[in-house]
Write a protein that binds this ligand. Structure first.
Ligand SMILES: NC(=O)c1ccc[n+]([C@@H]2O[C@H](COP(=O)([O-])OP(=O)(O)OC[C@H]3O[C@@H](n4cnc5c(N)ncnc54)[C@H](O)[C@@H]3O)[C@@H](O)[C@H]2O)c1
Ligand SMILES: O=C(O)[C@H](O)COP(=O)(O)O
Length: 528
């Protein structure tokens, strides 16, 4: 029975989808040791930000095929460890964009009008209309740090509210900024000029403690900071001090370096001008339904052997690409299997050559498929689209990608894999015909026209009378039935290749007999 563990609270719509294909166990709040103990039973894990999936947990996850993050941030998952183990990581990049953007705007407005403090004071019996005089956002400068999906939505709404938009995002082009009516500035200038600053960038080694005491001191004393992105980007102790001492006019945080926020955090001692929420950015009914459906559908599909649309650790290989390139990926995988079995030893270099029309396809997915096929000979099922590139890199395999659009052999182009190993060099070429059928079109530069089949025998031999008959006899003696046979040669009585498609596997004793035939130079059994 396929089993999915859901270790954080997710919307029922997601559970319903998962239940179509698996037994779903909802166990929230598990301590790490307990999660490690039980994870070995599960094929899939669905989480939010509450579960931290460490390398240790992934190590214990013997059956795990996919980790689904019902949200955006995967910083609570050790993605490199998952990739190494061939575990797919998926998320929902857009399901909570609006919720997070609206929360950032809510925090900005709350700060400006002292909503939380005025509310608390009124609830406590007060009627204080003097202390809580606020500021308008209209005509103020808003600095957006990180102009991605959430930052862009904040910018759009803020523009509509009459704010002047500044932004810092090293990966956004001036054209895009102009289109959004946003003025791009260096980070230091943005901090010095803005009246409000809102953070919408990921936490990475580069952005850790980006907003520190020194940067806070460059802000206007009337300016306010909002962080609805990730904890750790802001130095919390420095921020508490800056708000307390009036270095800045206020701050609002939804995310923290360590969550839940420690009881003794210096932030909890700031009484005024600081608004804190417990990571509520994505907590709307709408967003929770969106992300739960988005991620549960991907888990369901992957468990059914289909591709995922938002894979974090196989870039460039989403469901759309997989569908469009299905036969081409299949060809690359088959040629990878073929070339590794012809090589018969550790391959040190693989050249992937996209010829003619093939050169119009994205290279990366085809290279990954070729590597998956190539490595599957030695690594079996443990190799997949997730870890193929990494495994090849770890094995020191040098991968070359060549696009040769000018080559004209078949209407749809062709794909050639050439391997270099201690035992020699081999190359195989294949094409996808109009009916979607795969063909091997050359082996070691000898032209052939072979439909790949489960059991095959490839020989390299002298083109001389009687040799084909002898091979046929040997196969017959071993009760191995020949389904089809092809010979490819360049010159009469020179070297030739023969490809036999067989109905039965090749026993080792048969191979020894083939090798013993006079004129046979190489014989390679291939199983696809
Ligand atoms: N509080 C919440 O509940 C909540 C909800 C959803 C998302 N998030 C977080 O919000 C953040 C933004 O999410 P998104 O969906 O908009 O992501 P996104 O990938 O669409 O946008 C991130 C932007 O940050 C930019 N960026 C990267 N490094 C930068 C740097 N050093 N300086 C400035 N900009 C940089 C990128 O170019 C990109 O444009 C993420 O950290 C995400 O985890 C929080
Ligand atoms: O990255 C995200 O999607 C947000 O931080 C939301 O986290 P949550 O799913 O724990 O609410």
């Amino acid at each position: 029975m396929t089993k999915v563990l859901v270790s954080d609270p997710i919307d029922q719509a997601g559970i319903d989808i998962l239940s179509q294909v698996a037994q779903v166990d909802l166990r929230t709040g598990l301590p790490p040791e307990q999660l490690r103990e039980i994870i070995g039973d599960y094929d899939a894990l669905m989480i939010r930000s509450g579960t931290t999936v460490t390398a240790d947990i992934i190590e214990a996850a013997d059956k795990l095929r996919i980790i689904g993050r019902a949200g955006v941030g995967v910083d609570n998952v050790d993605v490199p460890a998952a990739t190494k183990r061939g575990v797919l990581v998926v998320n929902s990049p857009e399901g909570n964009t609006i919720a997070a953007a609206e929360h950032a705007l809510a925090l900005m407005l709350s700060l400006s009008r002292h909503v939380p403090h005025a509310h608390a004071s009124t609830m406590a019996g007060g009627w204080d209309r003097k202390t809580y005089v606020g500021n308008e956002l209209y005509k103020k400068k808003l600095g957006v740090v990180g102009l991605g999906k959430i930052g862009s939505h904040v910018a759009r709404v803020a523009t509509a509210m009459g704010m002047e938009l500044l932004a810092y995002d090293p990966f956004v082009s001036p054209e895009r900024a102009q289109q959004m009516q946003v003025k791009l500035l260096p980070l230091a200038e943005l901090f010095a000029e803005a009246d409000y600053i809102t953070l919408h960038l990921p936490r990475t080694p580069d952005t850790e403690n980006l907003v520190n005491a020194a940067l806070l001191r460059t802000m206007k004393p009337t300016a306010r900071l909002v962080n609805c992105a990730r904890g750790g980007i802001v130095d919390e102790a420095a921020l508490a001090e800056a708000v307390e001492q009036g270095v800045i006019a206020g701050a609002a945080l939804d995310v923290y370096a360590k969550e839940p926020l420690a009881a003794d955090s210096p932030l909890r001692t700031v009484r005024e001008r600081l608004v804190l929420t417990p990571h509520l950015g994505a907590s709307t009914t709408e967003a929770q339904e969106n992300v739960a459906i988005d991620v549960a559908e991907q888990i369901r599909d992957v468990l059914l052997g289909l591709p995922a649309r938002s894979a974090v650790n196989i870039p460039g290989l989403n469901a759309e690409v997989m569908e469009q390139l299905k036969p081409h990926l299949q060809l690359a995988e088959t040629l990878g299997q073929l070339v590794s079995q012809l090589a018969g030893g550790a391959i040190s270099e693989l050249e992937v050559r996209l010829q003619g029309e093939f050169a119009s396809h994205p290279t990366q997915p085809l290279v990954v498929a070729a590597l998956k096929g190539m490595l599957s000979t030695a690594l079996g099922d443990s190799i997949n689209y997730v870890n193929a590139s990494l495994e090849a890199k770890d094995r020191g395999i040098h991968v070359l990608e060549v696009k040769d659009a000018a080559s004209r052999d078949y209407a749809g182009g062709s794909l050639q894999l050439s391997s270099r190993s201690s035992k020699g060099n081999h190359s195989v070429t294949g094409a996808v015909f109009a009916d979607g059928e795969l063909r091997v079109t050359s082996i070691d530069e000898f032209p052939v026209n072979v439909t790949p089949s489960r059991h095959m025998l490839f020989t390299r031999h002298r083109d001389m009378p009687g040799i084909i008959g002898q091979i046929g006899s040997v196969l017959g003696e071993h009760n191995v039935n020949i389904a089809s046979m092809q010979v490819g040669r360049r010159i009469v009585r020179g070297d030739a290749v023969m490809v036999l498609s067989l109905d039965d596997p090749i026993p080792p004793s048969l191979l020894a007999c083939v090798h013993a035939i006079n004129g046979i130079q190489e014989a390679h059994p291939v199983t696809l």
